[in-house]
Design a protein around this ligand. Structure first.
Ligand code: HEM
Length: 464
């Protein structure tokens, strides 16, 4: 094995690469790859070096061909206990096997009406001519959809602020300042994280208790928790509706062959889903609306497709399958603006990658955003071109050059859910409204837990 460590980009004498990284992490990654190539070391003062991989061959190595040499980082376990995102080994295979069927297309399909209804309810709050920041707006909407489909609990637009704050607070564990501070430092962000998980656990436990009082029935299928909360419209309770995840997990406890999770494990799973599932999908949607607002050729084609395929009707699972251009828009948005810009891992043993030694116990960052914008794989990578996604192009693309949902066995369990949700939201809103971008400049990206726009995505709402 090589004894040579990967190169580190030039930095300051004491703080090394920490200052540049904290100031502008995306800019740092770009500069570091042009200075050092597609594998390098971040030299950080207070914590161990972090290694960055920026080539799909290395993604394949970490996520598939040498997967046992790379584990999840300790941060995930500290944050989400026994949730699917953090566990490993036997415990992970067991959980994934139990949860996977609940995320099959056939199951997810049954959430379509609920997704449409949540979107329609949010649209009732919109006013012609007002400017909305689409980042928080889409986050509110995706949280409402998750609560409805996973918890069976209606979150009403403009209400339940404590639960919205708690969902938001889950990200605090992973703020960039936390990447460069040891885990035992009780930063305000980490304290907010603890309060958030406490509030969400309390809510899950309340719903579980309500559920066990109503044997065999959905605990609270979109029933209000307080008198001022409305239930989801009648049409969502159609026979084809899939029961919410919490109910399914609870009912399975009563069957011998079902997933046998303890109450604490159910809490961990649901908190994990809120963390992994709402801000990611919201980011994908906010960036998609930004592109549709700023590129008139894409907007026209998108609207024409909605008008032809849906003909003014309510989106259904079946008619959504015919929105081919909308599919391409989503695929391209997830390339140019991948919500998860970086996948973290930790070496379990010393490994040699790209001719360099990566020592045991060190953190690795797979830079998805760098590869998604690399001209080796994409012509004019910074241009938004949905039409590049032909079968022929996909067939020729390196398997790991497009991984918005990760890859290998730890690939996103919510992929089908997120893609359906994105299409529902685009189709429901896109039939009624369009947006105007009032600024001259383009957005600037910054990496929080998900990829974000530094200035938000303020768009003016116009009726179509
Ligand atoms: C556009 C939206 C989404 C994106 C871009 C996304 C991205 C990802 C990525 C990159 C991973 C792999 C992480 C890793 O390997 O460390 C992942 C895993 C995961 N995602 Fe998603 N995700 C999205 C939506 C969702 C939704 C809607 C849910 C749940 C309802 C969800 C639940 C999960 C879970 C539980 C895992 C862990 C899977 C495992 O380790 O077995 N995600 N996601």
């Amino acid at each position: 094995m090589s004894s040579k460590l990967p190169p580190a980009p030039s930095g300051y004498p004491v703080l090394k690469n920490a200052v540049q990284f904290a100031r502008d992490p995306f800019e740092f990654v770009e500069r570091a790859t042009s200075e050092c190539g597609d594998i390098y070391r971040m030299d950080l003062p207070a914590v161990d070096d972090v290694f960055v991989f920026a080539h799909p061959d290395y993604f394949d190595r970490v996520l598939v061909s040498d997967i046992d040499a790379f584990g999840k980082t300790e941060d995930y376990q500290r944050a989400f206990g026994h949730g699917l995102l953090s566990v490993e080994g036997q415990q992970w295979s067991h959980q994934r096997e139990m949860l996977q069927p609940l995320f099959y297309r056939e199951q997810i399909k049954g959430y379509t009406d609920q997704m449409v209804a949540c979107t329609e309810r949010r649209l009732e709050t919109w006013k012609e001519g007002e400017t909305l920041d689409l980042e928080p707006e889409m986050k509110n909407l995706t949280l409402e959809i998750l609560f409805s489909t996973l918890f069976g609990r209606a979150l009403v637009p403009g209400e339940d602020q404590d639960l919205r704050d708690a969902a938001d607070g889950l990200n605090e564990w992973f703020t960039p300042s936390s990447w460069i501070l040891p885990p035992w430092v009780p930063t305000p962000a980490r304290r907010r994280f603890d309060q958030s998980t406490k509030r969400l656990r309390q809510e899950v436990r309340r719903l579980l208790e309500e559920g066990s009082d109503q044997t065999g029935v959905s605990p609270s299928i979109n029933e209000p928790s307080g008198s001022n909360v409305q239930s989801i419209p009648e049409q969502t309770a159609a026979a084809s509706t899939t029961p919410d995840l919490l109910t399914q997990l609870q009912q399975a406890r009563n069957r011998e062959d079902g997933p046998q999770f303890t109450t604490e494990e159910i809490e961990d799973q649901l908190i994990t889903m809120v963390f992994a599932g709402h801000e990611t999908t919201a980011a994908a949607l906010a960036f998609t609306w930004y592109v549709i607002a700023t590129q008139s050729d894409i907007r026209e084609q998108f609207q024409e497709e909605l008008d032809t395929v849906l003909d003014g009707g309510r989106p259904t699972y079946d008619n959504l399958q015919n929105l081919e251009f909308t599919d391409q828009i989503i695929t391209e948005a997830l390339r140019l603006y991948p919500p998860i810009h970086t996948i973290p891992r930790q070496t379990i043993t010393d490994v040699e990658v790209g001719g360099y030694r990566i020592p045991e116990g060190h953190e690795i960052h797979l830079s998805i955003i760098h590869v998604h914008r690399d001209e080796q794989f994409y012509e004019d990578p910074l241009e938004f071109r949905p039409e590049r996604w032909t079968n022929e192009f996909e067939g020729e693309l390196h398997d790991f050059a497009y991984i918005p949902f990760g890859g290998g066995r730890r690939t996103c369990i919510g992929r089908e859910f997120a893609l359906l949700e994105a299409k529902v939201v685009l189709a429901t809103i896109g039939q009624k409204f369009q947006f105007e971008w009032g600024k001259k400049d383009e957005i600037n990206l910054e990496p929080r837990v998900t990829t974000r726009s530094k200035e938000g995505i303020p768009l003016k709402i116009c009726q179509r």
